[in-house]
Design a binder for this molecule. Sequence first.
Ligand SMILES: Cc1ncc(COP(=O)(O)O)c(C=O)c1O
Length: 414
Amino acid sequence: MDYSNLKKDDQEIMKIINKEEKRQIEEMEMIASENYVSKAVLEAMGTVLTNKYSEGYPGKRYYGGNHVIDEIENIAIERAKLLFGAEHVNVQPLSGSPANAAVYFAFLKPGEKVLGLRLDHGGHLSHGHPVNFSGMLYDFAHYEVDAESGRIDMDAVRKIAQKEKPKMIVAGYSAYSREIEWKKFKEIADEVGAFTFADIAHTAGLIAGEQMENPVPIFDVVSTTTHKTLRGPRGAMIMCKEEFAQKIDKAVFPGMQGGPHDHITAAKAVAFKEALDPSFKEYAKQVISNASVLAGELMSLGYHVISDGTDNHLLVADMSSKGLSGKDAENVLDRIGISVSRSTIPNDPNPPMNPSGVRFGTPAITTRGMKETEMKRIAVWIDSAIKNRENIEVLDSIKKEVREMCLEFPIPSV
Ligand SMILES: Cc1ncc(COP(=O)(O)O)c(C=O)c1O
């Protein structure tokens, strides 16, 4: 990127950006919700579009001078429709949580009942956790993953739905590694008269790349972030059936938000074009293959991987059998230049700030071009660092190898 003006005008910030750029180049990002955007996406974010205010929708704005912005937003909408086969798309949500807030706002009155997956079983804060607006404003009941299989048991979901009679059922998660049975969720929702809401923030890129089943034709409403596996700018969008279009648009603006971030809308459009390219299917396929190889390698090294593997881009490994917490494992891996996130495991005996598991993800390292061979080396490094966590020499030598591999696989954003 050309930072010539920033370099001149604000050296303090420039230095920090350079430091982070170096960290991203030399270290390995295995946080399941992260990715590296293309230069084109990055460039679209840094444009004059950020100067504009565009409250409203194309052709119906509350500010003048929006005829050019309308073109951008319309292209983003059309590309998103094509990518997911959606009847209606709103590309204005500023991020995943605000998008979910708009969905609840559109379909529910405060206090109404919703059914979602428990946070410590892989759900998201915005699916009804008591510390989040969703848990404060709506009456959430929660389903769980099966203690033995680590998978969602649809018979158990049916039972709890029949008992709780929710107005809405939420599926789509933050730390769940298996295919989701969208059609069964829809059947259950129809039986109890509930709306169906899919939050595909994590797997949107794998769905767009046609490697996982798409809930958009099945569910009433679907939200997703545009970062993560979809590899766009930070932001979100909501897709829904035409019959709910007006409700959703009103909930986003004026319900939840003010003006959309037009520079981000442009970057979303660029990312959608990239995801429509046939090469994105190959990317999505490789992300899953990499996660599956990594899960297999870790299991053969004696790690308990929840649900014994993965169908998507992530896996959650229980670190307790190795004698350390998820937080300690996160710190050890940080020490060798591999970023991961601690994670709860189903029925975790430990608290969320110091849970038993670690969540590993392959979207970012796959974007760098790493494949199965690299996954095998990474699994060995992870295991060796955890076993030798007190041995500074071993940790330093793994860190060097991690850095060397990273330099072999440059990130696209710089
Ligand atoms: C399933 C799910 N929904 C929503 C979000 C929230 O997205 P954001 O961080 O953009 O608000 C996340 C973030 O990780 C997520 O995993």
